[in-house]
Every structure is written in C-alpha cells, then in structure tokens.
Design a protein around this ligand. Structure first.
Ligand code: FES
Length: 335
C-alpha cells in the first residue's frame, strides 16, 4: 500500500449556525447545525463525520475535533445534500476541551467545520451486524437508517452502562423496531455478551462496531478467534490515542527550516507540531485515518498506527504523527 501523504489542499470550510440543541442523556448533547444563509449543505454517506474547529483558550492555533453525523430518517437520502447536520457529543470532563466547548454552545452560535468525510464506510453486504457502545451509536445509527432505506437486513446491538445512559433510544426504536437490541451493564438479563452474540451470528457476517476501545478490541478479538476475515470487520474508535506508560521525550527536527522541537513524554508528536505552528493535516488522532502521514528523513520510528502497511512501517520512511513516536531519541521529519 502506498501511504497517503497529507494533501496540500484543505477540505472545503463551512460556517454553520447552531439551530437546535437537545440533551438525550445527562452527558450527551445532540446539536443540529445549519448553513448561516440556509443553503443546502454537502451530502454524506453513513459513517461519515464532520471536523469542527475548536478555538484555543490561550490564543494558540485552533484544533479540530471529529464528530459523526447522525441520520435517522430512512425516507431521506443524505447523499445529495442536506438542510442540516446533526451531531451527538458526549461531554468528557477530563478531555482536552473539545466536548466541553461543544456543550457550552448556545442556539445561534456559529462554528467553522470541514465538509463531511468518511473513514468508516458501509459496504453492501447481505445481513449486517451493527454494534454500538454509548456515544459510538452516532455513526452506527446512520448506517441503520441507510440499511432500512435499502430494505437490507441488519441487527443493531446498542450497549451502555445503564439504560438511562443510552441516547436516542425512542428514535432508534422507531427506526429499527425489533432489530434494535438494547444492553445495559447493570441488568444481568440484557448485559452485552460478545460471545453470545457471535455464537448466534454467521461466521464472516459483516460487523460494524463503534464505541470504547475495550469494546472494539473485544469484539474484534472474539470474531477473529471464530474465523472472521479482516475484510468483514469494520470499526471506528472514538477515543484519541493516549500516552503510554514508559513513553519518553524525544527531539524532532523539521528538515525545511532546521527547527528543533522537543516532544514531551506526555504529549503526542502531532500536538507538539501543531503547538509550534507546523502545517499538518489530521483527523482521527488515533492512527487509522491516514491523514497525518509524514515523511521521515532519519531516525528510528516506533509505529503505533493501524493505517500503514507492514511494508510501509519496515521502510522507516513514513509515520503517523498522531500516535507514533521515536525509538532513537531524535527524528528528522520532511516538513
Ligand atoms: S490523524 Fe488519523 S492517522 Fe493520524
């Protein structure tokens, strides 16, 4: 696979107005965005997300956060253009501030966003197993809506700590009917069991899963153990990569300017580059979308992404700066 290098053109920017805000649970807000001039907005496919610009509190460069687009009406095809985008955002009090900023918005506020992109597309298989944990329901619900519109078969398993923690349940029930199966950790009778679920599924039935990393890992591991092929396993992580125990600081040199930066042990290379004004494209911040691929002129890379092929990783010439680090204490980047 040829690594995808950061495109030089930014995706088109849109200025949107907050048209409505709902709170389906105490931690989750649903935010509807429309064009400030009422124009039709670019369409999207199930699994797509928007990148939203989050201003930096201390006047630094703004950051971008990705939020999946929710589509619940199977009679309305969002591919050709839509009047509004709907997002579902869980407040993360310990996060880096994106969700807190979104939760503080009021109706009428404006936001800058990048037009929808999709790293979690829905293929056209016969019977699909959709699995969502918590706020991971947002891309999955759009898939259920598209499958319903195409009159294709699916089952949607939706799991959370409690029933009250599950957002959009009434709308989901109206959309999916008996195909929706709810699971709550505090209800022994409905608690989500990956083994029981896969026991009753066809091996290689396509699985689309979105939610916390632990849930995704467990679903993928159980499916692989039962013989699922990789091509039938589709997932999207909602958590950004966190520093790992034992991470150490390293130095980075930007080849074009000779500028030297120190990447602290508790910070990603991407964040360090952004902080110092480097122009790097990014999206998932978790090593799977490919957008932050950066050429490396020298130094030993510690690859932590799931995007690059083994051959790309072995070449030592390219890295995903959102998650990967350095083994040799110093990297020279082709930036
Ligand atoms: S931002 Fe997606 S792989 Fe780095």
């Amino acid at each position: 696979m040829t690594p995808m290098l950061a495109p030089t053109l930014a995706p088109s920017l849109l200025t949107l107005r907050v048209a409505a805000i709902e709170a389906p649970t105490s931690l989750i807000k649903s935010i509807t965005l429309e064009a400030t001039d009422g124009a039709l907005l670019p369409g999207y496919t199930p699994g797509a997300h928007l990148q939203v610009e989050i201003p930096c509190a201390n006047g630094g460069a703004p950051q971008w956060r990705s939020y999946s687009l929710i589509h619940l009406d199977p009679h309305d095809d969002p591919r050709e253009g839509v009047r509004a985008y709907r997002l579902g955002i869980r407040r993360e009090d310990e996060g880096r501030g994106g969700s807190r900023h979104m939760h503080a918005l009021e109706v009428g506020a404006t936001l800058t966003v990048r037009a929808p992109v999709n790293h979690f597309p829905l293929a056209a298989p016969p019977c699909v197993l959709l699995i969502a944990g918590g706020i991971g329901i947002t891309p999955i619900v759009s898939m259920a809506s598209a499958l319903a519109a195409q009159q294709r078969d699916y089952v949607l398993h939706f799991s959370g700590r409690t029933r009250e923690a599950l957002p959009f349940v009434n709308e989901l029930r109206a959309l999916a009917g008996e195909r929706l199966i709810l699971h709550a950790d505090d209800e022994p009778a409905t608690r989500f069991s990956i083994d029981a679920l896969l026991e009753n599924a066809q091996v290689n039935q396509p699985i689309y899963v979105c939610g916390p990393a632990g849930m995704i890992d467990a679903v993928l591991a159980a499916a692989r153990k039962r013989g699922w092929h990789e091509c039938d396993l589709h997932y999207e992580l909602f958590t950004e990569a966190a520093p790992q125990e034992g991470d150490t600081a390293f130095e980075v040199e930007l080849k074009s300017s000779g500028k030297r930066l120190t990447v602290p042990a508790d910070k990603s290379l991407l964040d360090t580059l952004i902080e110092h004004g480097a122009d790097v494209m990014y999206d998932c911040r978790a090593g799977y979308c490919g957008l932050c691929s950066t050429r490396v002129a020298s130094g030993e890379i510690e690859h932590r992404d799931t995007y690059l092929s083994d051959a790309d990783k072995a070449s030592g010439k390219v890295m995903q700066v959102c998650v990967s680090r350095c083994k040799s204490g110093r990297l020279v980047l082709d930036l």
